[in-house]
Design a protein around this ligand. Structure first.
Ligand code: SF4
Length: 485
């Protein structure tokens, strides 16, 4: 067993062979260091599990489909604290089942690890990682999209706090904030209005803003006479899922960025780790870019304190990414909403599938759509009922004479339990049916003492069409076709 310091600390108690493979994979993979570290931690768990359960499988090259099946089952039953290097920080969570997402993540990194090993011919292709280490359907069914959308009323308060930010809103800043207020305002408004990832915000370049009016760039001097419909374009650098792109955002963001650019001290160019280019990063002072965690650790708590809203809800602590979900959801549910493809372009997603994770239909929009669909009105219609008061007062009803008639459009039905009749569209031969063009109906309609009422009754599409248009019911149409009339 590795004592834990020859390789990474995360490889403590991992079998020697497994640790060597893991470290070699870590040194060879071209994934980002953060992703590689995450995969190494999870695959170290697999190494510890193999050492305890399948000692012959401590060499990844010895894994077979049966080993994979056993590992998938172990992941499915895994609890917090299983096969980890240290448990002292887990406190009350120790022994609780891991979430379906965590299970899927462990299996995803297992697939990536074994796929690389096979691709690089470090092990034989004894199994297909995509199939042997697939997420079980029972686990996949529990995983769905859950965009972290901030409630409208809380988001409105955060916007107000961001627009009215002052130095005193940051605790311990009586001697002035560490960063200039122009930078903090620009950073805050960019987070609140642009829907960018924190990494994208921290890597924005100097000069990333442009004004446009009617598709033409607006020179700096003429901005005072800008029309209301002038827009502000923000150049987003290469990001997590795609290349650089330009997106329109609210002018208030452009004004805040311009204000910061006007006072930003000249600084040496910094290396962008994602593109390996040296560039003037917008949000940097004293030759250091603002930390990506600054939004989460400083700006969001300050905004929440100013707006008097909690920094967390039942789904966890508000993070910078929640703004992206919230803005996307609001644009998708606006009065004149963006389409899914427009939203995809605005968010910079590679596929609309990813956008669907953000574009959650709000209950308000769903209620409006449901109401406008008119489900109740579609299925329940009022129908006219004629009441023959003469028949009631003369006592003829006691002898079985009909006294109420449902108007079917093409004729009248005198059956008292009309709404329960299963043959409503095949009335022609029914004893309760009287055609509209018959003498009996004409005599009835000529009576003075005839009362007309409306009752709500569930109707099918055909029945509704017959009642509304007075059209011939299908059964009669068929009969007439057969007779050639
Ligand atoms: S078949 Fe038509 S007329 Fe006869 S009871 Fe039913 S609805 Fe009334």
């Amino acid at each position: 067993m590795r004592p834990g310091f020859n390789h990474a600390p995360g490889l403590l108690d991992v079998p020697e062979v497994w640790a060597d493979f893991l470290q070699r994979w870590y040194d060879t993979s071209t994934l980002t260091s953060k992703v590689r570290a995450g995969i190494r931690v999870n695959m170290a768990k697999a190494g510890r599990w193999a050492a305890a359960q399948y000692p012959e499988a401590t060499d990844p090259g010895q894994w077979r489909r049966s080993t994979c099946a056993a590992w998938v089952a172990a992941v499915d039953r895994m609890t917090v604290g299983d096969w980890v290097a240290r448990r002292d920080h887990l406190h009350g969570r120790l022994g609780t089942p891991i979430s379906p997402r965590t299970k899927a993540h462990i299996l995803m990194v297992s697939r990536a690890f074994f796929r690389d090993l096979q691709e690089w011919e470090w092990s034989d292709r004894c199994f297909d990682p995509a199939r042997a280490l697939a997420v079980p359907r029972s686990v996949a069914a529990l995983i769905g999209t859950d965009p972290r959308v901030i409630a409208d009323e809380i988001w409105a308060k955060l916007l107000w706090a961001g627009l009215n930010l002052v130095p005193g809103d940051f605790p311990g800043t009586h001697t002035g904030t560490y960063y200039p207020m122009e930078l903090i305002r620009a950073l805050t408004l960019t987070w609140l209005f642009s829907g960018l990832r924190s990494d994208e915000i921290s890597r924005l370049r100097v000069g990333c803003i442009r004004w446009q009016h009617d598709g033409m760039p607006v020179p700096g001097d003429s901005r005072e006479i800008l029309a209301d419909d002038a827009i502000f374009l923000l150049d987003v650098p290469v990001h997590k899922t795609g290349t650089a792109f330009t997106k329109p955002v609210d002018p208030i963001v452009g004004q805040a960025i311009e204000a910061w650019q006007a006072v930003r001290p000249d600084q040496p160019k910094r290396l962008d780790r994602k593109t390996s280019e040296h560039d003037d990063l917008l949000f940097s002072v004293r030759a250091h870019p603002v930390a990506k965690s600054y939004i989460n650790q400083t700006i969001i708590p300050a905004l929440c304190a100013k707006a008097a809203v909690p920094t967390a809800d039942v789904r966890g602590t508000i993070t910078s990414h929640w703004a992206r979900s919230t803005i996307a959801s609001q644009l998708y549910n606006a009065k004149e909403p963006m389409t899914l493809f427009e939203l995809q372009a605005w968010l910079g997603h590679r596929t609309p599938n990813t956008t669907q994770h953000y574009a959650k239909i709000t209950p308000n929009t769903l209620s409006k759509a449901y109401t406008e669909a008119g489900y109740f009105a579609r299925n329940v219609r009022t129908i006219e009922v004629l009441l023959d008061r003469d028949a009631v007062t003369s006592g003829a009803t006691a002898q079985g004479e009909p006294w109420q008639y449902y108007d079917l459009g093409h004729g009248l039905c005198s059956y008292t339990f009309f709404e329960q009749c299963p043959h409503r569209m095949a009335c022609a031969k029914c004893d309760f049916y009287t055609p509209k063009d018959s003498t009996k109906v004409q005599l009835l309609e000529a009576k003075d003492n005839l009362q007309r009422m409306l009752v709500a009754i569930p109707l099918t599409d055909d029945e509704r069409a017959a009642v509304e248009d007075g059209q011939t019911p299908p059964c009669q149409t068929r009969q007439r076709r057969q007779k050639g009339t």
